[in-house]
Design a binder for this molecule. Structure first.
Ligand SMILES: O=P(O)(O)OC[C@H]1O[C@H](OP(=O)(O)OP(=O)(O)O)[C@H](O)[C@@H]1O
Ligand SMILES: Nc1ncnc2[nH]cnc12
Length: 192
C-alpha cells in the first residue's frame, strides 16, 4: 500500500539542493526523541518559527517556486503555519483541511493512517471548484498518509493537485518523489 502510494523517481531536487538558506532551515528544527511515542524522532518546527528570518526564508522558497504556476488555491492540513503565508504571497485562496467536527458547513471526509495512529481530515464542500489548480502544503511528510488524504479530498471535489510541498521529508522522500501520482517537493531531510 505504502509502496503503491509512494513512487520514487530519480533526479535531484533542483536548485533547492544547493540553496544556501537550507542549512539554517534544517539546523533550526529541533529533534525530540521518543515524542509522542517511544521510537519516534519528532521534528519540531516551533523552534524554526522563533527565527523570523529563517521562517521567512522557508516561505520565500515556496513562494518563488509557485508564484508563476497559476495556482489558485493552497491547502494545508491542521497546522496552518505555512499555507496562509504562501497563499497570500502568490495571490491564491487558502483552504483549511481540518480534523472532524471543526468545520461548520457541509464537509467531505477522508480517513488516513499516521506514523503513530489513524486520523481523519475534512474539507468544506464548495471550498474548491472543479479544475482549480491547487498545491498542498505540510510541515512534514513521514508516511505520506496526511498528504494522500488531502489529495483525495481535493480530487473528489474535482480540483487539480499540481504538487505537494513540505518543509521536512523523512529520508525516503529525498530527491524527487510522487504520492498518489503527484510530485512531492521537499526542502530538507528530517534530522534523526
Ligand atoms: O506523512 P504523515 O505520516 O501523514 O505525517 C505527517 C503529518 O504528521 C504531522 O502532523 P500530526 O498528524 O502529527 O499532527 P498535527 O497535524 O495536528 O500537527 C505533520 O504535521 C504532518 O501533517
Ligand atoms: N517524525 C515526525 N516528526 C514530526 N511530525 C511527524 N509526523 C509524523 N512523523 C513525524
Amino acid at each position: 500500500m505504502r509502496e503503491k502510494m509512494l513512487e520514487e523517481e530519480g533526479g535531484e531536487n533542483g536548485a533547492v539542493a544547493v540553496d544556501p538558506r537550507l542549512k539554517a532551515i534544517s539546523e533550526s528544527i529541533r529533534v525530540v526523541p521518543h515524542f509522542p511515542k517511544p521510537g519516534i524522532m519528532f521534528n519540531d518546527i516551533t523552534t524554526l518559527l522563533l527565527h523570523p528570518g529563517v521562517f521567512k526564508d522557508a516561505v520565500d522558497i515556496f513562494v518563488d517556486r509557485y508564484r508563476h504556476m497559476t495556482i489558485s488555491a493552497v491547502a494545508e492540513a491542521r497546522g496552518f503555519i505555512f499555507g496562509p503565508a504562501i497563499a497570500l504571497a502568490i495571490g491564491a485562496k487558502f483552504i483549511p483541511l481540518r480534523k472532524p467536527k471543526k468545520l461548520p458547513g457541509e464537509v467531505i471526509s477522508e480517513k488516513y493512517v499516521l506514523e503513530y495512529g489513524t486520523d481523519c481530515l475534512e474539507m468544506h464542500v464548495g471550498a474548491v471548484q472543479p479544475e482549480e489548480r491547487v498545491i498542498v502544503i505540510d510541515d512534514l511528510v513521514a508516511t505520506g498518509g496526511t498528504l494522500c488524504a488531502a489529495i483525495r479530498l481535493l480530487e473528489r471535489a474535482g480540483a487539480e493537485v499540481v504538487e505537494c510541498a513540505c518543509l521536512i521529508g523523512l529520508p525516503k522522500f529525498k530527491g524527487y518523489c510522487r504520492l498518489n501520482g503527484k510530485p512531492v517537493y521537499v526542502l530538507v531531510e528530517s534530522r534523526q
